[in-house]
Design a protein around this ligand. Sequence first.
Ligand SMILES: NC(=O)c1ccc[n+]([C@@H]2O[C@H](COP(=O)([O-])OP(=O)(O)OC[C@H]3O[C@@H](n4cnc5c(N)ncnc54)[C@H](OP(=O)(O)O)[C@@H]3O)[C@@H](O)[C@H]2O)c1
Length: 296
Amino acid sequence: MGKRVVIYGASGFIGSGLAGMLVKQGYEVVGVSRKGKGSVEGVSAWVRPDAVDLRGCAAVINLAGAPIDQRWTEARKKEFHASRVGVTEDILARIAALPAAERPEVLLNGSAVGFYGDGGDAVLSESVPMGVGYLAELCDDWEKAALPAEALGVRTILLRTGVVLGKGGQAFEKLITVFKLGIGGRLGSGKQWMPWIHVDDLRAAILFCLRERGISGAVNGTAPEPETNAALTRKLAKAVGRWEFLPVPGIALKLLLGGFGGFLLASQRAVPMKLTGAGFRFHYPTLDAALRDLTT
Ligand SMILES: NC(=O)c1ccc[n+]([C@@H]2O[C@H](COP(=O)([O-])OP(=O)(O)OC[C@H]3O[C@@H](n4cnc5c(N)ncnc54)[C@H](OP(=O)(O)O)[C@@H]3O)[C@@H](O)[C@H]2O)c1
């Protein structure tokens, strides 16, 4: 394996913790940012997306993507698409332009459990086909943009990430603030499954996938024990020593947040079949363990 890893989204919530881990394993890390600079421990050089050189690198990790936790206007949908599908297509064009012997060994590309749409109570392993709805289509396009890398001789991993819990993460910080104010309540019926994962486990899983040559294709980046929204709400309220507040009606979420509100009500009982099957050990397999770490 080469010794250089290129990370798109290296300055983001998930990406910013990866470089240091890779450096400890002897890699040199190049960060890709639209700003062409950044300050993340372990990143030795920054480049803009139009100046990326993937020649001979060990791995490309693509974690770019405009945040989706806002109203999904048509303009924003274009940005969601360009920052995921567009960036992935650009990576593929750069790989295809290289001689076969100089292509990266692995491409680990972002995706999300949104791929499964609303799965109700069904257990969602990686072999379940795509679901219905805007996010499912976006994730499918995103994955389809990455997959041709396999035919170019690059092992390709599509990381279907769940809701990432970690200090500094937007989702988690918003949740904690709301619960600390004592106004956190379940969303809609609360019966929908939320496929969460602790950020430390997600980063460790990314390194595991790079290392394990037998892993390719879709990989659920979620903890082995998904929880319903009602259970997550109860546990979060308890962890911060507050009562649960009134439930937020589903209709209000949809009116307030549009498509994103619908996403919060969708159920994804995703399980990390590939990771556990390959022997990955979660440091935080249960929500109780993750919340103990994150709220103390
Ligand atoms: N966090 C989660 O719970 C979660 C769950 C499922 C999937 N994911 C996916 O995992 C990836 C990383 O998540 P994250 O939480 O680390 O995201 P993040 O903190 O929002 O960072 C994403 C990175 O994407 C780049 N970016 C933002 N807007 C962009 C745009 N319009 N065009 C091109 N690049 C843009 C930014 O890099 P620069 O500003 O430096 O260019 C940023 O560092 C994303 O694709 C996200 O959709 C995350």
